[in-house]
Design a protein around this ligand. Structure first.
Ligand code: ATP
Ligand code: MG
Length: 391
């Protein structure tokens, strides 16, 4: 019997007239992510996408591995297709689910009739099918509360679908439905998680990394590329802009007071990232900052950082504890890359006592000492760009 993958869409039910935009984006993403496995037909049923393989040779388990990382999906399952009559539905269950039914001791049938023209009501469908299963598999008993196997039957407009195991999807919104954002990515634990969280809400990603050779090495840059490769599993290919930050850091180190250098460095990063964003039509900057985590992330420091840019700076981790961030980093598999011991440019020239309550007026005064405009333009113009993708 023919097997398909049923994909239930996520939050799209919240969308009104714009819903088709989200559905089209999800269909496009599913299509582009699954084409490497072979040809499929995609049916857009109500709140559900049905992925029909065009060849018996396609390994649906591999396809499901791919689907679990696509945003915009609440859950998915392998399902058998049956004609919309109770005899054919029975045949599919008794034959195709036989191995599953033989391997358990109890079951329950759960029926859903979204096509109200189907002549038998849901409770009655469950009852008929339950009795027929019991008749063929004498070792089984019905357990309505905690069965070892749930046989799900969905009667939809075109067909009936029968499935047992349902997997959780990645949630969120389809990539490409929330505009483009620029992630400042450091290779630490936090910024890859911030990137993933923005992708989860449907944003397309571009990334900026600052390095300061010879103070920072090739290892740090490689690490960022590998972290982004992992993130691109969930998003799409990511353009990474590599910025040489050495001259600016040295200038700040020479001409600004030690305790304000961290925040002035951060403001320079933001100014450069903003220029790159405008050039590549990205609408916001994203950092992995979390309120109060370190000196540059106190409320006063955040106010000073924000004043350096006119684009919004989004901080998806702002209210999260480090342990919560680490939990996500482990789940999305960036953690082991992030903890590799390569120095980030932020830890070069770190002052012993950074000012945790900087004043913007004082910072603007200090910044007059550095020839920031020439240096910022030079850094932007010398930026190297590469495409990062796990595929
Ligand atoms: P992370 O784990 O992301 O490195 P962190 O706790 O080390 O964060 P900071 O070093 O203060 O914190 O950096 C805060 C944020 O500034 C980072 O999350 C990132 O968005 C940005 N950032 C820091 N260093 C760099 C860098 N070298 N290149 C690009 N962005 C950076
Ligand atoms: Mg860092």
């Amino acid at each position: 019997m023919k097997e398909v993958i049923l994909i239930k869409v996520g939050e799209l039910f919240l969308k009104g007239l714009n819903r088709y935009i989200f559905e089209n984006a999800l269909l496009k993403n599913i299509k582009s992510r699954t084409k490497k496995f072979g040809n499929f037909e995609l049916l857009n049923l109500e709140s559900t996408v049905c992925l029909v393989p065009k060849s018996e040779k396609i390994d649906l388990e591999l396809v499901m591995q791919e689907i679990k990382d696509i945003f915009g999906i609440s859950n998915f399952c392998r399902a058998y297709i049956a004609d919309k009559n109770i005899e054919h539905i029975t045949k599919v269950i008794l034959e195709d689910l036989a191995p599953a039914l033989l391997s358990v001791s109890s079951f329950r049938v759960e029926s859903k009739r979204s096509d109200k023209n189907f002549p038998i009501k849901s409770p009655e469908i469950s009852k008929i099918l339950g009795n027929r299963i019991l008749k063929k598999f004498a070792h089984l008993h019905v357990d309505l509360n905690s069965p070892k196997l749930v046989v799900n039957v969905e009667i939809r407009r075109t067909h009936a679908f029968i499935y047992t195991k349902v997997y959780s999807g990645a949630g969120g919104l389809p990539i490409g439905t929330s505009s483009k954002v620029t992630v400042l990515i450091s290779g630490g634990i936090d910024s890859p998680v911030a990137a993933w969280m923005m992708a989860k809400r449907g944003a397309s990603l571009t990334a900026v990394h600052f390095s300061s050779p010879p103070y920072t090495g090739q290892g740090a840059e490689n690490k960022v590329v590998r972290a982004l490769e992992v993130i691109s599993k969930y998003s799409e290919h990511i353009k990474l802009h590599m910025v040489r930050f050495t001259k600016i850091q040295e200038e700040i180190e020479k001409k600004c007071s030690k305790e304000l250098s961290t925040i002035i460095n951060r403001r320079m990063m933001v100014k450069i990232a903003e220029k790159i964003s405008i050039a590549c039509k990205s609408n916001a900057l994203v950092t992995g900052e979390s309120l109060g985590q370190v000196a540059s992330q106190t409320m006063d420091s955040i106010v000073c950082t924000d004043a350096a840019a006119s684009l919004p700076i989004l901080r998806p981790l702002i209210g999260m504890d480090k342990t919560e961030i680490i939990e996500i980093a482990k789940k999305i598999e960036t953690f082991n890359i992030s903890i590799e011991p390569f120095e980030d440019c932020c830890t070069v020239f770190t002052p012993k006592h950074p000012n945790t309550h900087p004043l913007l007026g004082k910072i603007l005064e200090e910044e007059k000492n550095i020839s920031s405009f020439g240096l910022i333009d030079e850094a932007v113009n010398r930026t190297k760009t590469m495409d990062v993708s796990y595929r």
